[in-house]
Each structure stands twice: as structure tokens, then as C-alpha cells.
Ligand binder design. Sequence first.
Ligand code: F6P
Length: 320
Amino acid sequence: IKTIGVLTSGGDAPGMNAAIRAVVRTALAAGIKVKGIRKGYNGLLEEDIIDMDNKSVSDIIQRGGTILYTARCLEFIKPEGQDKGAAICKKHGIDGLVVIGGDGSFKGAAALAKRGVNTVGIPGTIDLDITCTDYTIGFDTAVNTAMETVDKVRDTSTSHERCSIIEVMGRNAGYIALWCGVSNGAEDILIRERYDYDEQHIIDKINKRRETGRKHYIIINAEGIGDSHGMAKRIEAATGMETRATIIGHAQRGGSPTARDRYYATAMGAKAVDLLIAGASNRVVAHKNGEFVDYDIEEALAMTKDIDQYMYDLAKRLSK
Ligand code: F6P
């Protein structure tokens, strides 16, 4: 491997910069040139490619977002786009590529590997919805951001004796919601993986708790379950308890990464480069059962995982 390219793709996630820094410096230390590809696969197709040195990644480990910018690229789903991408890699001498992103981004990496560019993926998304790994870059920071916001909403909710529905991100996955629900001691956690859309059950629970003198009721709602504002109106009408909805939104994607996100992203960035140096391709780095490992991309994409049933049940037991 003579030149390694690095790009970030899909939604940004705190810790991506730490991974980029590790990729760049590990490669340079091994005598390999590094090129940063900006704006994900879009930037590859537009040849938005820059040379990177040790200084390019100074002072970024603590910063949220991604210095390489990111995008979701529809053109790269098509074989023509993938052919063009591989040709551009070859034109720029990029014989190894590190792709930091989610499952969609790994599909692009697999397509490039088939076309002769050695690729390694690193899981980067706040959603934790990459099935081959127990950890994804950005999840820890996002959960902490959401948890702190829920704490704040809870203060005002208690003062006003209100019910609060707080909607967190996660796309189709309930990991952020579950972790917040447990960490904030929420009364209800609504996640697609388990929620049976029975609002009456929530209403009965609120009424029961109010009879025992409880002053607040926190519901963590994973995005995609339904309209939080509409749900707030229905719950208020049915219970008589003032109810407000808060959608935390993109604040969860920003901010300075936690130590865990910087630490794991750094390890994954270095491992991706080590794999390329060892001649590997079409691999994805993962953290599984406490260890950094790597899988074949197709094998990784075929894996499944589920939310932690024990913790979900425990949250229910503790919120009686
Ligand atoms: O995948 C990260 C994520 O923040 C999801 O949680 C959310 O569903 C989605 O991206 C939002 O995407 P966008 O920033 O394009 O609105």
C-alpha cells in the first residue's frame, strides 16, 4: 500500500475526527501517503481530494463533526458510480481506502474492493445500529448529550407536575432511547423493537402513578414511533396531566466527543490502517465482546443484533 484515502460518509458522529487523526498519523508513521476525500462518496466522484500530513489533523481530536465533511451519496449505490469511484481512486494512486460510516457506506466500500481498491470500514454513527459491532463512533457522546437534556427537561417537568415526552434520535433503532431511558430513570421507553403502540397502557400507568402522588412522568420516545407532539396532546386530553413534547434533534449529533468515543475511534482508526498494511481488504473493524476485531464486509452486513432485553425489562421493573 502506497497511498491511503480516508473519507467519512453518512450522518456525522462525534469521534470521527479522532478516527481520521489516527488513520492519518498511523499511515504517515508507516511511510504511507494519505489523501483526505471530502464529502464522502460525493467528494470522491467530484475528486474533492486533499493531501494530508501530520499537521492536517492537529487540534481535532476534541472536535465534534468531521473535518472531511460528509454526505449521503445516491450515485454511489449504482454500479456506474462505483466504477467511476474506483477509477478515480486509481487516478489518484489511492490503493487503500478507509471508510468511516454506517452499513450503507460499507456497501460502497465492498463495491470498491471488488474493483481493486483495498477497503476497510470503521463503524461511525450515533445510532449504534451497525449489527457487527457492540460499539459505534459517536453513540456514547450522543447518549450523554441526550441524557443531560432529559435531566434538564425533567427539572421543569417536575416543577410543573407535567408529563414530558422526549424524542431522541436513532433512525429505526432504539439504542439511544433505551440507554437514556435507563440512565434517566424514565417512566416509559418507546422503541420500535418492542413498542406495541398501545397508548392506553401509558395513559393507565400515568393515572395510576398520579393517584400515588407522583409529580412527573418522563417518556423517552425513539424517533419514528410517531408524532411526539400529537402523542402529547392525546395523553393530556386523556389524563388531564399537562404534557409537553421535546424533540432533541441534531444537538445529539454534535459536541465534543466523550473520552470513550475518542479512545475507541483512535483504536479503530489505527487498526484500519494496520489491516490495509497487512494486505487486508473488504473488512470492517468492530468492537465485539470487549475486543477490537474485524470482519468481511458481506459477513458483517448479514449479521443481526437486538436491543438488550434484560435492560429493557429492568427499566420497566424499576419504573413502577
Ligand atoms: O444516522 C444518524 C441520524 O442522526 C439518525 O439518528 C437520524 O434518523 C438521521 O441521521 C437524521 O438524518 P439527517 O441529518 O439527514 O436529517
